[in-house]
Design a protein around this ligand. Sequence first.
Ligand code: SF4
Length: 304
Amino acid sequence: MNNIIFGPIHSRRFGKSLGVDLSPGKKQCNFDCLYCELEPAKTMTGQDEVLSVGQIVEAIKKGLQEHEDIDFLTVTANGEPTLYPYLNELIDEINKIKGSTKTLILSNAATIDEPKVQEALLKFDEVKLSLDCATQSCLKKLDRSHSGIEVEAIKAGMLAFKKRYSGALVIEILIVKTLNDKAEEIKALNDYLLKLQPTRIDIGTIDRPPAFDVKPVSYEELLKISHWFDSTLPVYIASRKKTQMNASGYSNEQILDTLRKRPLTMEDIEVLFDEESQKRFQNLLKREKIKSVETNGVKFYKKA
Ligand code: SF4
């Protein structure tokens, strides 16, 4: 099958990344999220259309030969990659041939409480898990999870995994208007994430047309939501949606106060601060009133 490999995709965060699709033939997922870009499909707990490890490894070898200097191999699927039954064997084979290329898996985390899945994920250099909801009602409504999938099991599974894992664990939260953008839901996520202490938390919204008629939130709303999280949590606004927001003037005190409440990236600073305020920001940085911290490839600025 020749559509196992896709890309390479260039990004600031991952450099040159080659995608590996463990379900190129059809959507195979234990969720049927309202915001999914794929056609709605019946949820499942295991793949019924399964590639062999050999087929995937051959495709990866070819991909690595065709494209030089790949920084990351990103394992994903049309659906959920951990439903692939030979994930453990596959990552062992990938690790034999990957050379200096790093490995990343993108998962919806619904299976993270399974020991077999944890064993496989431990062998990746980086793991990115979705967690849109910290309550069962939200999970059911937004992610339309397969019956029997419990948010408490996901949360416990992530905590157990984090204890064993030494690589970068990034949590991705996709915010959808009216579904998980309320203060109570964010509070539940915040309380849990304070326990989990992931490497980074990316919050974003719908960027491409989804299967169902659900709406994104604006950058302004994402920014407001980011303030509802504890300021010690490394929250990164990852949405690519453009903002209508006008940059405002900030005094030195206001800049420091803003960065005390929530560390910001340069992208945020360019949206929020007008030209004069950005000069003040640079000046404060020079005077070491502000410092930068790097979290898994993303630079945040915070009050020193
Ligand atoms: S987990 Fe991913 S693939 Fe599965 S339904 Fe949700 S968005 Fe689609």
